[in-house]
Design a protein around this ligand. Structure first.
Ligand SMILES: *Cc1c(COP(=O)(O)O)cnc(C)c1O
Length: 311
């Protein structure tokens, strides 16, 4: 049992187009249609009916805190294992800005390249009872020799994650997401679940329209990309469009926070996003907001260079 892809989950949690969906019988839980957040009582009801062997929690596009303890309790109730995939929020879990599933759920997986800010790679954490089976399924089950350069890069990533600077970084990522969410809401845009507890915001564009059709995630992503703002189209809980088009936008603060930007800059970026989205919704061919915002984006980005020591 896992969170559905259209409601925040990840391809690797049993999507029919992924190997996980082809090998396993998957049942998806979603979010509550009104609050757009996870409802643990409903998930428990589903688990009692489905009787899964494993319950997977963790998401790619879920802006709210996940209660890992509640998931483990549901799993225990139905005799399932519980696995938390914290790919997105690992950095926040490690620094206390999100509750950590380590020591709480049976198995924890993560990537090292998202909020953990390390190399592209992953890690699996578990207790003694699962260790031998997991090790065996990695080697000889799926992998050959290890990538020693990536292991070295992960060691550097974990060392950095232990520093006070990194803790401050994660705190700022969360503050920045809240600041931007505040401005987007103030601009009249619809935020899935009404806000954010973590590093990302999911915008619901179904209300952004001036004619019959609302602005799609794809059109908004393209327009913002032209304006120099990188975001990605994303499905929203009540999605009606294909995953290649979508009705939502997923916006994250980790990258801009790495460049040193704080709440003031987030508010500025939030206003820019609203300006571009509204202008393009009004007239799909308009380049007015895109052109104006692009100049301002370039000016801001050059104040916060990627490599300050080189600039
Ligand atoms: C990103 C992500 C992964 C890993 O995907 P990659 O394509 O390797 O980056 C796994 N699980 C979740 C929940 C993710 O968000």
């Amino acid at each position: 049992m896992s969170q559905s892809l259209t409601q925040g989950g990840h391809l690797s949690h049993g999507s029919p187009v992924n190997i996980t969906g082809r090998w396993y019988s998957i049942f998806h839980y979603g979010v509550d249609p009104v609050t757009e957040t996870l409802d643990y009582a409903v998930i428990e009801d589903m688990a009692r009916i489905v009787k899964p062997q494993i319950i997977v929690c963790g998401a790619s596009a879920y802006p709210r805190e996940i209660d890992f303890k509640a998931f483990q309790e549901v799993a225990d109730t139905v005799g399932a294992r519980c696995m938390a995939d914290i790919a997105h929020i690992a950095g926040l879990c490690a620094t206390g800005y999100h509750n950590s599933p380590v020591g709480v759920v049976d198995i924890v997986t993560t990537t090292t390249h998202k909020t953990l800010r390390g190399p592209r790679g992953g890690a699996i954490m578990c207790g003694k009872e699962d260790a031998a089976a997991i090790d065996k399924s990695v080697f000889p089950g799926m992998q050959g020799g290890p990538l020693m350069h990536i292991i070295a890069a992960k060691a550097v990533c974990f060392k950095e994650a232990l520093t006070p600077t990194y803790r401050d970084y994660c705190g700022q990522v969360v503050k920045n997401a809240r600041a931007m969410a505040g401005v987007l809401a103030e601009e009249g845009l619809d935020l899935v679940s009404g806000g954010t507890d973590n590093h990302l915001i999911l915008l619901d564009l179904t209300g952004v329209s001036t004619n019959h059709e609302h602005l799609t995630g794809l059109a908004a992503e393209t327009a913002l990309g032209e304006a120099g703002i990188t975001v990605n189209k994303n499905t929203i809980p009540r999605e009606q469009l294909s995953p290649f088009v979508t009705s939502g936008l997923r916006i994250g603060t980790p990258a801009v926070t790495s460049r040193g930007m704080k709440e003031e800059e987030m508010k500025q970026i939030g206003h820019w996003i609203a300006r571009v989205v509204k202008d393009v919704a009004r007239d799909r061919t308009s380049k007015k907001a895109i052109t104006e915002v692009r100049e301002e984006v370039i000016a801001l980005a050059s104040k916060y260079p990627l490599y300050p020591e080189v600039a």
